[in-house]
Write a protein that binds this ligand. Sequence first.
Ligand code: PHE
Length: 443
Amino acid sequence: MVLVRDSFHSRIGFVLAAAGSAIGLGNIWGFPTNAANNGGGAFLFVYLIVTLLLALPALYAEIYIGNQAQKNPVSALGDACKERMPRFGRFAGKAGLCGAIMMLSFYTIVAGWMLSHALSAVSHLAGFVDLSTWLATDSTIRNIIFTPIFIVLGAAIIHQGVHAGIEKWSARLMPILLMMLIGLIVYILQQDGAIDGLRQYLIPDFSQVTNPKLVISAMGQAFFSLSIGVGGMMVYGSYMQKDKDIGKLVLSIGALDTFIAFLAGLLIIPALFVAQAAGQQVFAGGNLIGEGQLIFQILPALFESMGTIGLIVATGFFSLLSIAALTSTISSTEVPVSYLVEEKDMSRRNATWLISGIVLTASMVLVAFFDVLFGVVIQVLTTIMQPLSCLFYFLVVGWIWNRGNKLNDKARWEKDTKLKLWGNYLRFVCPVLLTVVFVNVAF
Ligand code: PHE
């Protein structure tokens, strides 16, 4: 029996879901923190360049592989490598699947923090001050409660399917996220000190632009932010009708993702300067004092100093982060779920709960050995697994996969010079550029 695959029902549905995957904690927390630590405007400038030169082509390759195969990432990479190295293709797909679970293991913990901070502000507003303090204070028990809540929220969307779950919820949540973000920016920019932050963020200090640390941070940030290298974008690409103009779609996803990161910078960097103007210590020796402190201490202290309005702003801010995290979580969860449904004949419901159980176990291991494991898992995923997967995608579309691959089809190149240039760019320039950066990151 041939089952009809669930799919996105419109281009805009696909773009919103993919942008939902891309727009997450990486944009609203990671990007502004990195920008504040790496010379503000200079970081923004380099980020835009690496996104254009390397991250968007990688996103293109990932979506293209999934879209052509119309299958889950393990089979999609297996098909693309069929002629030369089918086993390795499937192996790489499974490695991506592990990457997705690794990503979920730490991401759901951090997302749980966002949820508990949102509830903290709400309970403060409702007059439960002790509960509010408990919710805003880091503790193992808080992780044990909020991580599963977050995993269940994601699972509840995923098990409804691609169209009824992922597409519908992305279309509902993404506009809310944008409105909240704009509302918060308008509010913060009216506070004392905000303009200094704006200046620091928007005027690049070009002497920083060639700093290797800055280039490497921008690269890692761009890959993480665009969700490349764990198969999430590949599986979304596979749910889109075949042969759509992927170039245009990738540009829209990249533009939305970068726009939201840019807006988050407009919110957070001025907010830091507002906090500073209000007497808090925010910078030490030109650097922010600790990444976690930015979101969980400096901003909450700022919100608190604003009285009731501040609590409302805090609720908005942490709900914004929770929503952004939720739409990113579902794309990573869909990677192993699609594999189990298509290759192991499991029902979507069972696959969703099985994967959620695995993610929960992995995240609880991280909670139990937090100091040893948390940072290492993030490091391994973002500096090793994501860049290596991307390199592999470039090699697949540029070299390994021939039959049926328009990027490697010399006969089509004769008629289409743009395709030829693009194919050669992915084939030669991207792997070399990526290797150069990777070697710098790893060693
Ligand atoms: N892009 C997401 C963010 O910016 C994170 C993510 C990475 C999501 C990899 C899916 C896969 O937060």
